[in-house]
Design a binder for this molecule. Structure first.
Ligand SMILES: CC1(C)S[C@@H]2[C@H](NC(=O)CCCC[C@H](NC(=O)C[NH3+])C(=O)[O-])C(=O)N2[C@H]1C(=O)[O-]
Length: 349
């Protein structure tokens, strides 16, 4: 049946709460079958006081994982990749267990330890020590392999950035191109995503953007401007730059079946429960909302930026929301409320 109308006053109120909880700025864009509504509160730049707007680009963190998964699903459609094959078939000797399959990697079921756990145990010093670094994929995988795996291959869901570093290595091995080229050829150009860029190992966000502010672990200490960074610690797991408009467009196209075969999309959407309101497919999250609507997309947390980008299963309604802070659990949780307002409308009286 038809969804309730989006509640933009509700979205605006959620963004204002995020500001009260420490976000310098927050934006959201709802595309309801082509009817676009936006909200924006606070600043893009604490230094100049410039107001944030939905024209501002930002770092999308793990929403990048959806782009990486789409490229691999297209390669599967082209017969160049078997999701149930061992990673070893394509990247011989990389992983210590030939039972780990491509599908397990894309579904966070490989058991590969997440190297960012060590890297960002101390949020600010961890960030400062990597913000200008350029890593190879193998260096990141090697950091993971220093730890025991979290589970036997396929035995459990355990979110790990390492999986989407392996996804990037698969993309480059199978295509002979850098991931940025594949994102551009297969997604960015066909969908005309004018605000979406993969600039790794560059540190700068092209054009007009919101600055991102990392909240320190110690309460009461100043926010850290985290805008300039290579995001080389994430790459194919989290280094894309985009905008609310482009992510709405991307998710609508993906869920509307315009980026891969219906069979393949069905495989991407085949969800394994994570908890009572969340499930994970292949590079894709499902969130089950209070009004019984399920939405598909991804969240992103990269220093200075929290992103939610989700759409209905038919892709006809999409929402992207961004707060330009991170390491602030209250803001991350509050921003989830934009999904309720966008897809469930006004709360029942
Ligand atoms: C599961 C998440 C939320 S975390 C995961 C990934 N981001 C990371 O793994 C980076 C974590 C460090 C970010 C940093 N946190 C700390 O330093 C904490 N000590 C901060 O908040 O700026 C992403 O993006 N994912 C989100 C996702 O997939 O939804």
């Amino acid at each position: 049946g038809r969804l309730p109308k989006p509640d933009l006053a509700g979205v605006d109120s959620v963004l204002r709460t995020a500001l009260r909880q420490g976000a310098p700025g927050a934006i959201a864009r709802v595309d309801d079958d082509g009817v676009v509504r936006t909200a924006a509160v606070g600043v893009a730049d604490r230094g100049t006081g410039r107001a944030i707007s939905n024209a501002d680009r930002f770092r999308i963190g793990s929403v990048t994982k959806v782009f990486s998964a789409v490229v691999l699903m297209q390669l599967a459609d082209e017969g160049k990749l078997n999701l149930d094959a061992s990673v070893d078939r394509y990247l011989p000797g990389l992983l210590p267990d030939s039972r780990i399959t491509v599908r397990q990697v894309l579904g966070h079921r490989s058991g590969l330890y997440d190297y960012t756990n060590d890297m960002f145990a101390k949020s600010v010093s961890g960030f400062e020590s990597v913000r200008s670094k350029v890593f190879t994929y193998r260096q990141l995988v090697d950091r993971s392999l220093r730890h025991a795996r979290t589970n036997a291959p396929g035995a459990a869901y355990a979110y790990s950035n390492t999986n989407f570093v392996v996804a990037g290595m698969l993309i480059e091995k199978l295509t002979g191109h850098l991931v940025g080229t594949e994102y551009a050829n297969r997604i960015i150009e066909p969908l005309k995503l004018r605000d979406t860029f993969y600039v790794h190992p560059g540190k700068n966000i092209p054009g007009r953007y919101a600055r991102g502010y990392l909240t320190p672990d110690t309460a009461g200490t100043p926010l850290v401007d985290a805008t300039q960074q290579t995001v080389s610690w994430a790459q194919s797991a989290g280094a894309l730059i985009s905008s609310t408009r482009d992510l709405d467009t991307f998710l609508s196209a993906l869920l509307g079946g315009r980026l891969m075969s219906a069979t393949r999309l069905g495989q991407m959407e085949r969800m394994i429960p994570v908890n009572s309101t969340q499930a994970y497919g292949l590079g894709l999250r499902r969130r089950d909302l209070s009004c019984g609507v399920s939405v598909y997309g991804h969240t992103g947390a990269v220093q200075g930026y929290y992103t939610y980008a989700f759409a209905t299963k038919d892709g006809r309604r999409s929402l992207t929301a961004l707060a330009n802070t991170s390491n602030n659990g209250a803001v991350l949780n509050t921003m989830l409320g934009t999904l309720e307002s966008a897809f469930c409308g006004k709360p029942a009286k």
